[in-house]
Design a protein around this ligand. Structure first.
Ligand SMILES: NC(=O)c1ccc[n+]([C@@H]2O[C@H](COP(=O)([O-])OP(=O)(O)OC[C@H]3O[C@@H](n4cnc5c(N)ncnc54)[C@H](OP(=O)(O)O)[C@@H]3O)[C@@H](O)[C@H]2O)c1
Length: 426
């Protein structure tokens, strides 16, 4: 099998090293060698692992190269990458990519093109690095009806929240982010990660595979972790919760939930044990029940591992539908707006320290049929008391209306802090 690699960065370097290190193993597994016939990137790489291969500074040459059977797209982004993948498919080459943004935003078009051309477009590395979650859902769980997929799918945000959540921690979001940058876990511009866009791309892909729907990146609700306060992590901890930045997709009678946001989960849940830069994806399905898939979500080796697994599939002649459903079978299900989603909620309120406040607050919530599950009242500081409430499940629109009522009641002094709670049993 002759391959051309586009991009000469982190993942490409990992792939080249892995192909060389495990050359014999791979040949024993697939019965033929994998030859790198060309590497393309906009600048000639200085890393020694690339030296042995023919190089071009025009990635489109790789797509046109008649000796290349499979193009590995590792340049990232959605402009040149889209043109490159289109060109490779049109030239009769299958494509392996690690590019979540490309698949989430342009997958519909590209899978159709691949189908027309009788080629494959595969993307295991696009979601959760080393974790073979695409194959798990598409293949190992193919006999199941999947009800929900919930995951920690961005290592940067998980690292930051882990630092902020350590016992007795006073580390702010900004401090934890600076540490993540020092350790190389966050980019100099961390926007994509901390605002949840990276996770949104990944969840869009997972949701479409889980439920056989179209890729609905435009409809996803995304909230990052920049507003998270350490005191909320601490108060929620007192009530038995851990905070995670989760991607949640769930199917119900009214449509599909598709949302990325900071979420409280019971401290005994498996996902609550996943710390630092690790990723983990839980799939809830009818026969297999709850399965948790955990591993490094980024880095040269872990990501190359997934790229290579796709390549091995292609070498073996596997022809599994890229999104797990036969072409033409994807259904259009409505994606629920966040206001239509039902959740339990954590609320933190700053209130004037005067008599009767608590009963007035509970009465307002009661007027909206919102049941309180737990309540913490903190000692007042400068005549301002902090009240933390967790509620039973309620539609978010109702909760928002109740919060508006609370905020205009005269007792509540600041905007109410709201964090959604996810209950795996419901
Ligand atoms: N790194 C990870 O842990 C990880 C994990 C999962 C998925 N991914 C995905 O894997 C892909 C590659 O990531 P990476 O971390 O390896 O990126 P990277 O280290 O930045 O490498 C990208 C390479 O592509 C080249 N390049 C970028 N844009 C190009 C263009 N328009 N034309 C030609 N060459 C171009 C870059 O050249 P210059 O360096 O000269 O600019 C560089 O050699 C991305 O889609 C990313 O989302 C990465």
């Amino acid at each position: 099998m002759n391959i051309g690699i586009c991009g000469a960065g982190t993942v490409s370097g990992g792939l080249v090293r892995l192909l060389s290190k495990n050359e014999q193993l791979l040949e024993a597994r697939i019965g033929k060698p994998i030859n790198i016939v060309q590497i393309g990137s906009r600048n000639k790489p200085s890393q020694p692992e690339f030296e042995a291969f023919a190089f071009t500074d025009d990635v489109f040459e790789v797509a046109k190269n008649p000796s290349v059977d499979v193009l590995i797209e590792l340049i990232g982004g959605t402009d040149d990458a889209l043109a490159l993948v289109r060109m490779a498919l049109q030239a009769g080459k299958s494509v392996v990519t690690a590019n979540k943004a490309l698949i989430a935003q342009h997958g519909e078009e590209l899978f159709q093109l691949a189908e027309q051309q009788g080629q494959q477009l595969v993307f295991e590395a696009a979601v959760a690095g080393s974790i073979p979650i695409i194959k798990v859902m598409r293949e190992s769980l193919a006999g199941n009806e999947i009800g929900a997929v919930v995951g920690i799918i961005n290592g940067t945000t998980n690292f930051i929240l882990s630092q902020m959540s350590k016992p007795g921690s006073t580390v702010s979001f900004e401090q934890a982010l600076a540490e993540a940058q020092e350790l190389g876990y966050a980019e100099a511009d961390p926007t994509f990660d901390v605002e949840g866009l990276d996770a949104a791309h990944k969840l869009t892909i997972l949701s479409a595979i889980a439920f056989g729907t179209r890729l609905s990146f435009d409809a996803i609700y995304t909230q990052g972790i920049g507003e998270v306060q350490v005191e909320d992590i601490r108060f929620a901890g007192e009530l038995g919760y851990r905070l995670r930045h989760l991607g949640i997709t769930r199917i119900g009678p009214d449509g599909v939930e598709l949302r990325v946001h900071p979420t409280l989960i019971d401290e005994n849940e498996m996902l609550a044990q996943v710390d630092d830069v690790m990723n983990a994806v839980m799939v809830l399905s009818d026969a297999a029940s709850q399965t948790l898939h955990c591993g490094p979500g980024a880095g040269a080796g872990p990501t190359a591992s997934s790229v290579l697994s796709d390549l091995v599939d292609l070498c073996r002649g596997a022809t599994i539908p890229a999104m797990g459903f036969l072409p033409g079978q994807a259904v259009d299900l409505p994606v629920l707006g966040i206001e239509q989603c039902r959740s339990h909620f954590y609320l933190r309120l700053r209130v004037a320290d005067r008599s009767g406040v608590l009963s007035r607050i509970t009465r307002i919530l009661g007027d909206f049929d919102i049941s309180i599950e737990a309540l913490l009242q903190k000692d007042p500081v400068n005549d301002i008391a902090t009240i933390v409430i967790t509620t039973d499940q309620v539609v978010e629109e109702t909760m928002n209306t109740a919060i508006q009522k609370l905020e205009s009641s005269g007792d509540v002094l600041e905007s109410v802090t709201l964090i959604r709670i996810f209950d795996f049993g419901e």
